[in-house]
Write a protein that binds this ligand. Structure first.
Ligand code: ASP
Length: 329
C-alpha cells in the first residue's frame, strides 16, 4: 500500500506540467480571443476573422475576434493585449503600427520589443490609392491634375495616426508635395463607408478592404503600391503607382500574431503551430489571396524571425517618421 502510494505520487509528479507549462491548452471551455485594434470590417479585422476560422479547425476550441479600436495605431487594443493574462486566451492581431509605435507615440504604455511574445507573421498586404466615386478622374494622371486644381480643399481619410492608411497617405502627400486635410476614423471600414458616400475624397488602404469595392465600382482606383501589378483577378489591370510616374512608391503592410509577455513556452509553441497550419489552410489562402494579400510562407512564421523583422521595421521607419515630424502623445 505504502509502496503504491509512493509510486502514484512519483507518477503524478512526472506527469505534472513543468513550471511554465500548460499541458491542457487550449482549454475547451475557454474562448481564445483575438484582439483587433481597429473597427470591424476593415483589413486587420478581415485577416483576424479568417485566421480565427482556420485556428478554430486546428484547436477545436472557440476562437473569437474582439474589436478594441482607438488610439494612434490601434494603441488601445494593443495595450489591452499587453496587459492581459498571459495564458494564451488573449492574443493580438496587429500590423505595421508595431514598427511605427516607438518612433511615433511618445509615452508609449508598453515596449514593443519586450512586452509581447511574438507568435509568427501572418500576411503582407499591398495598398491601393482610391477615391470617391464622384471624382472627375479615372486614372492617376487625371487624379494629379484634379489634386493640383483643388489644393487646400482635399480630404484624405485614414484610420488615425500611425495606421497603415495614415502612413501611406503621409508618404503620398510628401511625394507629390501637396498637403491635404486628413480625416481620422477608428478603422478604414468606417472610412470606406464615407468615401463611398462621397463625404471624403481619397484614401490609401489595403487591398483586403478595397478589392471588393474596386470590383463593384463603388470607388475609383488610381494605383497599387507594389513594384509589379497584382495577380488578383479584380486588381490585375490596376497600374502600379510607380508605372504612373510615382517612382519607387512602394508600401506593403504586414500583420503578425502576438500575446502578452510571460506566456508559457509550450502555449506559445502550440499557437505558433496552429498559426503555421492556418497559413497552409487552402480556405485561408484563397480568402486572403482573393483580396490581394500574400500569406506569409517564409521564415517570418518563426517567432524569432517575426521579432527580428519587427525590430528591423522599427529601424527602417524611425528616420522616416522623424523626418515627417509627426508624433502622438
Ligand atoms: N488596419 C486598419 C483597419 O483595420 C486600417 C489602417 O491601419 O489603415 O481598419
Amino acid at each position: 500500500m505504502h509502496k503504491n502510494w509512493i509510486h502514484t505520487a512519483l507518477l503524478t509528479l512526472a506527469l505534472a506540467p513543468m513550471s511554465g507549462m500548460a499541458a491542457d491548452y487550449p482549454t475547451k471551455d475557454k474562448t481564445i480571443t483575438l484582439i483587433v485594434p481597429f473597427a470591424a470590417g476593415g483589413p486587420t479585422d478581415r485577416v483576424a476573422r479568417d485566421l480565427a476560422e482556420a485556428m478554430r479547425k486546428t484547436f477545436g476550441a472557440s476562437v473569437v475576434v474582439e474589436n478594441a479600436a482607438g488610439g494612434p495605431g490601434g494603441l488601445i487594443g494593443a495595450a489591452k493585449a499587453a496587459k492581459s493574462v498571459p495564458d494564451g486566451h488573449t492574443l493580438l492581431v496587429h500590423h505595421i503600427a508595431m514598427g511605427i509605435f516607438p518612433s511615433l507615440v511618445r509615452n508609449l504604455p508598453f515596449k514593443v520589443e519586450s512586452d509581447f511574445e511574438y507568435l509568427g507573421m501572418i500576411n503582407d498586404v499591398p495598398m491601393t490609392l482610391i477615391g470617391k466615386p464622384q471624382l472627375p478622374a479615372s486614372n492617376y494622371k487625371e487624379l494629379i491634375t484634379w489634386v493640383q486644381a483643388n489644393k487646400g480643399k482635399i480630404n484624405l481619410a485614414n484610420a488615425g495616426l500611425a495606421s497603415a492608411s495614415h502612413l501611406c497617405g503621409m508618404l503620398w502627400q510628401a511625394s507629390i508635395q501637396v498637403d491635404m486635410t486628413t480625416v481620422p476614423y477608428k478603422g478604414t471600414a468606417p472610412a470606406m463607408t464615407d468615401l463611398i458616400g462621397g463625404q471624403v475624397d481619397l484614401m490609401c488602404d489595403q487591398t483586403t478592404n478595397t478589392t471588393t469595392q474596386i470590383e463593384g465600382k463603388k470607388v475609383k482606383a488610381f494605383g497599387v503600391t507594389t513594384a509589379k501589378r497584382l495577380n488578383t483577378p479584380a486588381l490585375k489591370d490596376l497600374p502600379t503607382l510607380d508605372e504612373s510616374g510615382l517612382k519607387n512608391f512602394q508600401v506593403t503592410i504586414w500583420h503578425g500574431l502576438y500575446g502578452p509577455r510571460g506566456m508559457p513556452a509550450d502555449v506559445q509553441t502550440k499557437i505558433n503551430t496552429a498559426l503555421k497550419q492556418a497559413l497552409k489552410d487552402p480556405d485561408f489562402i484563397k480568402k486572403q489571396e482573393g483580396l490581394g494579400a500574400v500569406v506569409v510562407s517564409d521564415k517570418r512564421v518563426e517567432p524569432a524571425e517575426h521579432k527580428a523583422f519587427v525590430v528591423a521595421e522599427i529601424a527602417k521607419w524611425t528616420p522616416v517618421i522623424k523626418a515627417a515630424g509627426v508624433y502622438a502623445d
